[in-house]
Design a protein around this ligand. Structure first.
Ligand SMILES: [Zn+2]
Length: 325
């Protein structure tokens, strides 16, 4: 049973917003576009893994995708987690292109791509570390976890996996996404002894859901050129910034498109880039509105929570304001 699906990472939403606001020829635009395209590619690979997991017979497995759990002052992340009464399988998914040579003896994997070689930390070691953290976390919550068997999915379909030292773990734990069933089966057969009750499995799943803390990139730490980012309401039709609010509708100067609610996406961009709080003045500046009253009407028309008075009043996303859709 799949009890937690994967949704678009918040990180992607944040990068989309900032890329949208970069002037076309800004020298740092590419840096953020690259971050965005890497995240999108990784997400695509993870979705593909989810699909192949959903295709295996999983009636006796509890499946949670995309977990990030705070523990010991840091977080550990698990791309997909398969729980049964007798076994826990965390799967780490890697979207790596090129030729991938595994050398677990040296804790490394070498990627050969476009004439370059690059060393990465051995993904098996990484998956094992995550599994150990999950194990320690569950123990700290008074569970006696069953054995762990971490796996590594290579989600880039054209990647060439090599195991030059014929290491057993590489052949047992690393796989191309469509091959998940064949990597999983030996482990499911090996562990038959029930250690967790159905009730325990449910409790663990609920606990992980509750503790899950999605990652949010710290844009400020990347020091983007905040002053040079573009303001204005984006036209939903031609994507030009700078729609005008006339007689209660937004009109595009370029293509003539009319929209009643194009301000909602502009406000989302503001929240994603600058943080989830805005004053009337900031709203006017960002949406290029001149009237304080018009701005107030628009702010009050959305599901926002407000606090403070007069110029200090700030508006934050309300419970039903979906910043991430
Ligand atoms: Zn337009």
């Amino acid at each position: 049973m799949i009890i937690k699906n994967r949704s678009i990472p918040k990180e992607i939403r944040v990068y989309e917003a900032i890329v949208r606001r970069f002037p076309a020829n800004h020298p740092r635009k590419a840096e953020f576009e690259n971050k965005l395209s890497r995240k999108r590619a990784g997400y695509k690979g993870e979705k593909e893994l989810d699909y192949h997991i959903s295709q295996i017979d999983h009636y006796n497995l509890t499946i949670l995708h995309d977990l990030r759990i705070p523990y010991n002052g840091t977080h550990f992340q698990i791309d997909s987690l398969l729980l049964s009464n007798s076994l826990i399988i965390p799967i780490d998914s890697k979207y790596y292109a090129g030729t991938l040579e595994f050398y677990p003896e040296f804790n490394q994997m070498i990627q050969y791509l476009n004439g370059f070689e690059k060393a990465y930390l051995d993904p098996i070691l990484q998956a094992k570390t995550q599994a150990r953290q999950l194990q320690a976390f569950l123990k700290s919550q008074q569970f006696s976890p069953p054995p762990f068997e971490p796996l590594v999915a290579i989600t880039y379909s054209q990647a060439l996996i090599k195991n030059p030292t014929q290491n057993k773990e590489v052949s047992q734990r690393v796989f191309k996404t469509p091959g998940i069933f064949y990597k999983l089966s030996p482990y499911l057969e090996k562990y038959q002894k029930e250690i967790l009750t159905d009730q325990d499995v449910k409790k663990i799943a609920r606990l992980l859901m509750r503790k899950n803390t999605p990652y949010l990139p710290d844009l400020k730490a990347m020091n983007p050129p905040f002053d040079e980012l573009q303001t204005g309401v984006e036209c939903p039709s031609c994507h030009t910034l700078g729609m005008e609010r006339i007689h209660g509708v937004w009109g595009c100067r370029k293509c003539g498109h009319l929209s009643k609610d194009a301000h909602i996406n502009a406000l989302k961009d503001y929240y994603l880039i600058y943080g989830p709080s805005i004053t009337n003045k900031q709203f006017r500046d960002f949406l290029q509105l001149s009237s304080i009253h018009q701005a107030k009407r628009l702010l009050l028309s959305m599901d926002l929570d407000s606090s403070g008075t007069k110029k200090g009043r700030v508006y934050k996303p309300g419970k039903n304001f979906d910043l991430w859709s």
